[in-house]
Design a protein around this ligand. Sequence first.
Ligand SMILES: Nc1ncnc2c1ncn2[C@@H]1O[C@H](COP(=O)(O)OP(=O)(O)O)[C@@H](O)[C@H]1O
Ligand code: SF4
Ligand SMILES: [Mg+2]
Length: 382
Amino acid sequence: MTLLEVRNLRLRFDTKDGPLQVLDEISFKLEAGETLAMVGESGSGKSLTALTLMGLLPPGAIIETGEVLLEGRNLLTLSARQWRSVRGRELAMVYQDANSALHPLLTVGEQLAEAILAHRKESPSEVRKACASALGEVGISAPEARLDAYPHELSGGMRQRVVIAMALLARPKVLIADEPTTAVDVTMQAQILELLEHLRAKYSMAVLLVTHDLGVVARAAQKVAVVYAGRTVELATTKELFQTPLHPYSVGLLRSAPSEAAQSMASVLAASPSQGPTQSPSQAPARLFSIPGMAPSPARMPVGCAFHPRCPFEVARCSRERPELKAWRVEVPSNMHTGLVTATSRRAACFEQERVAAAAVASRTGWHELEQLWLAKMEPRT
Ligand SMILES: Nc1ncnc2c1ncn2[C@@H]1O[C@H](COP(=O)(O)OP(=O)(O)O)[C@@H](O)[C@H]1O
Ligand code: SF4
Ligand SMILES: [Mg+2]
C-alpha cells in the first residue's frame, strides 16, 4: 500500500474580494523510504500543501475536494483530537526558518524534553539522555553540552539540525521538509541534505522535500512533483524529469537552473548512460535564462491551462480547456542520433507533451531553438 497519497487536493480562501483558488488539484504519491521533491516557483502552493498534510491550515482555508491518504486512511476527515495523535508522530515537519520554530527563551534541552514528554512518559534522567542522543543523531558534537545552550548561541546550520532532531523524536513515517536549506549557506545546505538522506535511509522514512531549487532535487530526491499555480503539472522520477521533461514548465525550470544545479543534474544523468544523454545541462550555454512572464496570482488565474500565457507550445485549445494530469504512455525519443525511442508511462498535464518531449531531447544539443520558441511567444501579438 502507498504510504502517503495526495489525490486531487483543492483548497480556496474566501476573501472579501471573492474566492481565491490556491490549490487546484495537487496530486502525488510517496512510498516508504523514498524522497519526493515538490518543486515550483514561489506562490505555487507548496507550503499550503505541506500545512494541509499536517492538519495546520491557516484560518479561512477551505478544502473543497481531495484526499490525503496515510496508509489508506483519509487524514482530512480526522477530528482535532485524532490529529493530535497523528501530527508529530506519523507525520512531522521541518520548517524553512529554524528561528521561528525554536523558542528563543528556552534551552535546546528544554525544548527537546518538551517534545519528548508530549509523546511518552520518562524520568528526567532518561529524558536528558534521549535529548542528547537526538542531538548526536543529527550530527551535533558534544551533544550533552549543547543541551544547555539557547538557540541564539548556535549557528544557523546547527539550529536547523536541532529542528530536525525535534521532528524525528517520535520516529515519524513521513518527514515534511519545507525549504529546509533556504536560510543556510551552500556548504551547510549540502550537509543538511546529506543528513536528511542519512536519516531517511537509516529509518526507512519517507521525505517530502519542498523546494524551488532543482539542484536540491538532483542531490536529494528520487521522484519529483512539479507544481504550477496550485496544480501538479508533472510527476516523474528525478532521472526521467532531467532526461525528458514532458511539461513546458518543467523544461523552463530545467533551463533556468543555475550552474551549480545544472552540475548536480548532469551527475544524475551521467548515472544513466543507457538513456544516452547527448548533452548534459551543464554543457548548455552559461547564458542566464528565466521563464518569461510571471506566475499568475490566484486572483487572476488564466482560463484553460494556467501556463498558457507563458507557454511556447500553446495550441488553440490551451486557452479554453484544462489538461488533466493523466497517465500517458508516451514514446519518448531518447536519442536523436540513433532514433532510439523509449516507451514509458508518465504523468503530465499538457496537451502537447510529445512535442515538448521531442523539443527537450533536441535541446540537449543546444537550447537555441527552444529559446527562439520562447522569444517568439513573448513578442507582442498583432
Ligand atoms: N492565509 C492565506 N490567505 C490567502 N492567501 C494565501 C494564504 N496563504 C497563502 N496564500 C496564497 O496561496 C498561494 C500559495 O502559497 P504558498 O503555499 O505559501 O506557496 P509556496 O510555498 O509555493 O511559495 C499564494 O498565492 C499565496 O499568496
Ligand atoms: S496544455 Fe498547452 S499551454 Fe498548457 S503547457 Fe501544454 S502546450 Fe502549454
Ligand atoms: Mg513556501
